[in-house]
Design a protein around this ligand. Structure first.
Ligand code: CAA
Length: 286
């Protein structure tokens, strides 16, 4: 099986920058596309800060950091994706934006074997696949935050995805990114979010109803169940806006009340309290 030596990543926010970092550290040439020169520069900076942190903590050497940065380029010109063998889209959880990007990638990427993957948490992969002329080569590849730490990738074939694309994607995830793969069917939430999201929303409802304070809920799950962080701290890490978008997609698909975003979550998102990335969420961040 041909190895991927030229990866494209679209979007360099929380998830895209993590994917780019892991791939570049693993030895893959990475080109990241963002919507503007400023966003591209900020994305590269995000990777630099994370790699510097790795050096400070003794996780990677300065040489490994420098080599990774030498393999990483950023651009705001989507045409530059033309020579990529594999592209992972990791932009905000918005169906219109994602379908627009898949149409563009399909037009721009010249390699007829290239795979186009989406890091969507909840949008049906088939909806993205059918916007392209290569629906057999479109697949879901769902990473977890923080990408450099979390060992898992969910691989999600759409009804249109070929077995060869599934095999090449799984091989790339394990060989080039060092991730463990689990396969899920193309239903909203896949495996992990289908189980995680109702739990996170239940914690929000506990705060909303005054049953317990955020700190107590989190300590309860950290010390009672040995979770690395409680549900409200985890929501702050994921981003409340992202969590709301995921819950809405799952609710739209299943009409299951446990997936419906509680009013408190909606109000916090409306207030701009997105969690860590905005400095406010269930907790305050400096
Ligand atoms: N990049 C690289 N390494 C990082 C990192 C980052 N962004 N953040 C933390 N780390 C590393 C640290 O270097 C540290 O490594 P060592 O122990 O080897 O030194 C380790 O992770 C622990 O970090 P910290 O000591 O800073 O902090 P912590 O112990 O509180 O752990 C955490 C932080 C890794 C985030 C941990 O709390 C955790 O695993 N939380 C659960 C995260 C989780 O469940 N993520 C999935 C969310 S769901 C999702 O993403 C999908 C979706 O669609 C919504």
């Amino acid at each position: 099986m041909e190895t991927v030596s030229r990866l494209g990543v679209v979007g360099c926010g929380l998830m895209g920058s993590g994917i780019a970092e892991v791939a570049a550290l693993g030895g893959t040439d990475v080109l990241v596309a963002e919507s503007s020169p400023e966003a591209a520069r900020a994305g590269r900076r995000r990777v630099e800060v994370s790699l510097d942190r790795g050096v400070c903590r003794g996780k990677i050497t300065e040489e490994a950091r420098d080599a990774a940065l030498a393999r990483l380029a950023v651009t705001d010109d989507f045409d530059a994706m033309a020579d990529r063998q594999f592209v992972i889209e990791a932009v905000a959880e918005n169906r219109d934006i994602k379908t627009g990007i898949f149409k563009t990638l399909d037009r721009v990427v010249t390699d007829p074997q290239a795979i186009l993957a989406s890091n969507t948490s909840s949008i049906p992969i088939v909806d993205l696949a059918v916007t392209t002329q290569r629906p057999t080569q479109v697949i879901g590849m769902h990473f977890f935050n923080p990408v450099p730490v979390q060992a898992l990738v969910e691989v999600i074939p759409a009804l249109t995805t070929s077995p060869d694309t599934v095999a090449r994607t799984s091989a790339f995830a394990s060989a080039c990114l060092g991730k463990e793969v689990v396969q899920a069917t193309d239903r909203s939430g896949f495996v992990v979010n289908a189980l995680l999201v109702p739990y996170l929303l239940a914690a929000v409802r506990m705060v909303e109803s005054g049953s317990a304070r955020a700190e107590d809920i989190d300590r309860g799950m950290e010390l009672g169940c040995a979770h690395p962080m409680g549900p409200l701290r985890l929501l702050d890490l994921i981003g409340l806006d992202t969590a709301q978008a995921v819950a809405e997609s799952m609710y739209e698909e299943f009409k299951e009340p446990l997936y419906a975003p509680p009013a408190l979550l909606r109000r916090m998102v409306a207030a701009g309290r997105f969690g860590r990335k905005s400095g406010h969420g269930f907790y305050e961040y400096a």
